[in-house]
Design a protein around this ligand. Structure first.
Ligand code: FAD
Length: 428
């Protein structure tokens, strides 16, 4: 069975429609037939939830188990709107009821270790779950100490808010409690990290909050890089909307932070120090600890996979998707994790039916808000080439810099539709 590349390519306007195409479902349904084969999925985020739902849909004979410690998933996309005071954190939460109702066995527990030889996962509760194929989508962990001074206790005074939930609420609260005239400092790590444009969306929405609620205050962004995703679009928006409230310093302008002091909320760069009233450190990251412990991450801290089935190149029988996997140049995004979850489900079903995996083309769209009702986006299309992905030339692009009135508002509406669609697909 072959899956035409076009079936899994997603255009900007079609968003998720390509992957949901009924033709793809029909092709995937043929991959059934592996009665009582067991697939275990670690992590119920965008990657894992999408893989679980897709497997139930395309290969109902397969026994699917999802291991996730949280009763409610708190989504990162749109959490910058919470930080900016434009959305409630309650709008970010999604339960696992619909996934369980679809026939997935949902285990509310933490996967403590993986035994690739025995093909089993041991849970925090002590029980073990056996698998024929394992899909690992555990997201990221912070690389504690990779930024000098930023240890586990630093998150009280210098929240990262890069895993949505309590940290998001804390950062929002600190911004609300700051006196007008205060300085907010955000530090951005070198790539790769979760959601490449995320820091700049957050900077935009914090600057919007300062401009409208605390006009004598300012945000300074200290960046370890000189270039970043959608830079011309963000800088255009910042120059127009927030000239007095947002200052970005790149690596060549002493933006690289070498050390932080959580006691004093101080950032040290190569040539100076900055003390903040509110400090947001976006720290260096790596694949979540279960992946490191299982030996499926390499010395970069991320998990190498082959690009057709996302099977680990280090441990056969284990597939890694989402932020934890090395999928570059595809970014670490919920859009990408959702697409990878679907394609991975198809490939796992094919393996279990005794068929070879079929190459697929994947796409990604990242929307970023630059103001409450204005957004910009970047689209990329990717296909496997050798042992990695390559971006299909000319197939993607960004929002135009010069744009007709209403363009940014239309993209903000598309962003909201995308969030509704992707969360409904994964959790609804
Ligand atoms: P996650 O969604 O993090 O899910 C991982 C799950 O695994 C979690 O539920 C966790 O509890 C579970 N887990 C971890 N370890 C274990 C274990 N040992 N056992 C069992 N379960 C475990 N992406 C976009 O596409 N668009 C956006 O607009 C966007 N905005 C963002 C804004 C911010 C501020 C941030 C931080 C990120 C944003 N992202 C966005 C990125 C997006 O959130 C991630 O790329 C996406 O969540 C990755 O999905 P995942 O399944 O790999 O990991």
């Amino acid at each position: 069975m072959s899956v035409p590349a076009s079936l899994v390519a997603i255009t900007r306007r079609q968003a998720l429609a390509g992957l949901a195409a009924s033709a793809l479902r029909a092709a995937m349904a043929r991959a059934q037939g592996a009665a009582s084969a067991r697939v275990v999925i670690i992590g119920g985020g965008f990657g894992g939830a999408s893989a679980a739902r897709t497997l139930r849909e395309v290969a109902p004979a397969i026994d699917v188990t999802l291991i996730e410690p949280s009763r409610r998933y708190i989504a990162c996309p749109f959490s910058n709107l919470v930080v900016g005071g434009l959305r409630e954190i309650s709008a970010q939460g999604f339960g696992y009821g619909a996934i369980a109702a679809s026939g997935v066995r949902v285990i509310e527990d933490y996967a403590r270790s993986i035994d690739p030889a025995a093909r089993s996962v041991t849970l925090e509760s002590g029980t073990s779950v056996s698998y024929d194929r394992l899909i690992v989508s555990p997201g990221i962990d912070i690389r504690w100490g990779a930024l000098d001074g930023y240890g586990r206790t630093a998150i009280r005074t210098m929240p990262h808010a890069w895993k949505a939930g309590a940290q998001t609420v804390l950062l929002r609260q600190q911004l609300r409690e700051m006196d007008d005239g205060g300085t907010v400092v955000m530090s951005v790590p070198p790539a790769p990290y979760r959601c490449p444009p995320g820091p700049y969306e957050r900077a935009s929405l914090i600057a919007h909050y300062l401009k409208t609620e605390k006009p004598r205050s300012k945000l300074i962004v200290l960046d370890a890089k000189d270039s970043f995703s959608k830079k011309p679009l963000f800088q255009d928006a910042w120059a127009t909307l927030y000239p007095d409230h947002l200052e970005w310093r790149g690596a060549s302008d002493d933006g690289r932070v070498s050390r932080v002091d959580p006691e004093t909320r101080t950032f040290e760069t190569d040539f100076g120090t900055l003390t903040a009233d509110v400090a947001n450190v976006i720290p260096p990251q790596q694949a979540a600890s279960i992946a490191i412990g299982a030996g499926i991450a390499d010395n970069t801290g991320w998990c190498p996979v082959e690009p057709v089935s996302f099977e680990s190149t280090l441990q056969p029988g284990i597939h890694v998707i989402g932020d934890a996997a090395i999928m570059a140049p595809m970014p670490k995004s919920a859009f990408a994790a959702n697409a990878q979850g679907k394609v991975c489900a198809l490939q796992v079903a094919r393996f279990l039916a005794g068929e070879a995996p079929a190459p697929a083309v994947l796409a990604n769209t990242c929307y970023s808000y630059v103001a409450p009702e204005q957004a910009v986006s970047v689209v990329g299309v990717y296909r496997p080439a050798g042992d990695a992905f390559t971006e299909v030339p000319g197939a993607g692009g960004t929002s135009p810099l010069e744009h007709p009135p209403g363009d940014r508002e239309a993209e903000a509406a598309q962003a909201a539709h995308w969030f509704d669609t992707v969360t409904r697909e994964a959790f609804g």
